[in-house]
Ligand binder design. Structure first.
Ligand SMILES: [Fe+2]
Ligand SMILES: [Fe+2]
Length: 246
């Protein structure tokens, strides 16, 4: 039994959104996803998909994408990405009822893996616009957008705190934390997300959302204050799911 994670599948079996425009790695990426997940993940394993599943805007436009995910091996746990328009944040319970026993939607709840609680939310981080000087150093940013970002971070923190609280209430003492957005932006050393991970002593923080070479280093990777930070964006991993726990 093992726990794997992969993010940003960006499927578009119904939506007209060819992904090859974003580079070679995205050419027939759905075939790569299917091939590598089938090679790596066993039926008894758990696979957390960290958001941006589908380009469909409404649930009927995502049916084939979600059916594709359902057919992948293992127990599938889904996180909400910024492009998952089909997933109304207030209707997670309804999604869980509809897909009961097939897919689990992680938000304001938790899942378990052995004696670990898998907690998570979409998260958020301020991504600019940043203003640079001639040397390329950040010397300012859009204040209005920053304030808006702070509000979104606060709301996502409430959801994440609820996930931790429910897991702790159920008796869990060990946690793995999942986010769609990176826990910090290019200017931050830490954030409310890194601090809550430390507060609960999470073993790992797993996130995605960053696409393309230039974005892979936007946030923390590897050990930070004793916690493992893992970037699992599909294109970063060339669509090979990452092992979180054996
Ligand atoms: Fe994405
Ligand atoms: Fe994203």
């Amino acid at each position: 039994m093992a726990l794997y994670a992969l993010g940003d599948l960006h499927l578009s079996f119904q939506a007209d959104k060819p992904m090859d425009q974003f580079g070679k790695v995205w050419r027939h990426h759905e075939r790569k996803i299917e091939k590598y997940i089938n090679q790596i993940v066993k039926p008894e394993d758990t696979l957390v998909l960290t958001g941006d599943h589908s380009w469909g805007r409404k649930l009927p436009e995502c049916r084939e994408d979600l059916a594709f995910i359902e057919r992948l091996p293992g127990r599938k746990i889904l996180l909400r990405g910024n492009h998952d328009m089909f997933w109304d944040a207030k209707k997670t319970r309804r999604l869980n009822e509809e897909f009961d026993g097939r897919l689990f939607f992680l938000q304001n709840n938790f899942a378990s893996y052995e004696d670990y609680a898998l907690v998570g939310t979409k998260g958020y981080t301020f991504e600019g616009p940043f203003y640079l000087n001639r040397q390329g150093r950040v010397i300012g940013w859009d204040e209005e957008r920053k304030e808006q970002a702070d509000r979104l971070v606060a709301r996502e923190m409430e959801r994440l705190r609820e996930s931790f609280r429910l897991a702790q209430q159920a008796g869990y003492q060990k946690f793995i934390m999942f986010l769609h957005y990176p826990p910090t932006n290019i200017l931050e050393q830490d954030s409310p997300f890194t601090r809550i991970a430390e507060e609960y002593g999470a073993l790992a923080v797993v996130y995605s959302h960053c696409h393309g070479e230039s974005r892979f280093g936007d946030s923390i990777r590897g050990d930070f204050h004793g916690i493992q930070y893992m970037l699992v964006s599909g294109d970063y991993l060339k669509f090979h799911p990452a092992l979180v726990l054996p």
